[in-house]
Design a protein around this ligand. Structure first.
Ligand SMILES: [Zn+2]
Ligand SMILES: [Zn+2]
Length: 321
């Protein structure tokens, strides 16, 4: 029996209610479902001592412990609390304000098709590529000196396992205040395409942070950044530095940050054992350095005016600031 568009929409709506709106399931449970399936699948089909399961539960390095504990803190909402506390509410408040402003644009949105399997696949691809552009520039911001103070927590892992994907400093959430600048706000994406994005996005994100030797061919080089592509982003080698930022590598090709050479990473990490020796101390230290740097950046206009006043005080003929 052929499935008509209405029937398909109904099926997707039921799936949406089950996986997204469900009070017990919902996105966090989907995320955990995806990662547990990956951990189990890898344990069945791969060399045991190279798997995430082995690293998390048998030979536990400090880095793996950080990944595991941090993942649990995220799942239980503690990290969200830290995002609110450490950013003084700015990350969440700014994001909500931006979303409310973006909501005003609903009249100008382009509605992507969702009447059949191919239309949904097309809409999902448009969503993925468009979102990838924004994600690319946000990730580049994290590699600028100010945000590197907090992004280095993610990069400090000297080994990768699926859970490293969620090892993200709470203050990275500050850049969410710019979400309203994302080109995604001019797209109306159906529940069906969003559902595909929920599963594919998490699958790609977790896989990228494994040491699986998967390249996914041209799809991995252009559309969905494969594990091999993102492993290079975590490499300590000079020639891999600041490359392969996006989940959608098309944007690395466009903006000249693609690394497609043959050299594999010698090591992962940042060459600084701070997090492996004293994780709490290093976390607190990086957070404080970030505040200090942010204060320095934000106080620039005040310092500029002050210096002009000083020049004027020393030289009364100088123009007023
Ligand atoms: Zn990065
Ligand atoms: Zn990463």
């Amino acid at each position: 029996m052929p499935i008509d568009a209405d029937r398909l929409q109904y099926i997707y709506h039921r799936l949406w209610v089950f996986f997204v709106d469900h009070h017990l399931l919902g996105p966090p449970a989907v995320v955990t479902g995806v990662v547990i399936s990956l951990i189990a699948g890898e344990a069945l089909f791969r060399d045991w001592n190279k798997t995430t399961a082995y690293r998390l539960f048998v030979r536990r390095s400090t880095s793996a412990k950080i990944d595991l504990v941090y993942y649990l803190l995220q799942y239980t909402g503690v990290v969200t609390l830290l995002e609110i506390v450490l950013s003084f509410g700015i990350a969440i408040g700014g994001n909500r304000l931006g979303n409310a402003a973006a909501e005003q644009l609903h009249w100008a949105r382009i509605t992507l098709p969702s009447d059949g399997i191919f239309e949904i696949a097309f809409s999902f691809l448009v969503y993925w590529i468009t979102g990838g552009l924004f994600g690319y520039w946000i990730h580049r911001m994290y590699h600028q000196p100010l945000f590197w103070n907090v992004h280095r927590f993610h990069h400090a892992a000297p080994e990768l396992n699926f859970l490293t994907a969620h090892r993200v400093h709470p203050l990275e959430s500050l850049l969410r205040v710019f979400n309203f600048l994302s080109p995604l706000i001019i797209l109306n994406v159906s529940e069906s395409a969003m559902l595909v994005a929920l599963f594919v996005g998490n699958f790609v994100n977790f896989c990228q942070h494994s040491e699986l030797p998967w390249s996914w061919g041209w799809i991995g080089r252009w559309i969905f950044a494969s594990p091999l592509v993102h492993q290079l982003h975590h490499s300590t080698d000079e020639e891999h530095r600041d490359s392969n930022f996006s989940n959608c590598p098309l944007w690395d090709h466009v903006f000249g940050t693609w690394y497609g050479g043959a050299k594999k990473p010698t090591e992962y990490g940042i060459g600084d054992p701070g997090y492996d020796r004293q994780p709490f101390r290093q976390f607190a230290h990086d957070t404080l350095v970030f505040y200090k740097s942010l204060g320095f950046v934000l106080s620039y206009p005040v310092r500029k005016v002050m210096s002009l006043w000083e020049v004027r005080a020393e030289n009364p003929g100088a123009p007023a600031p």
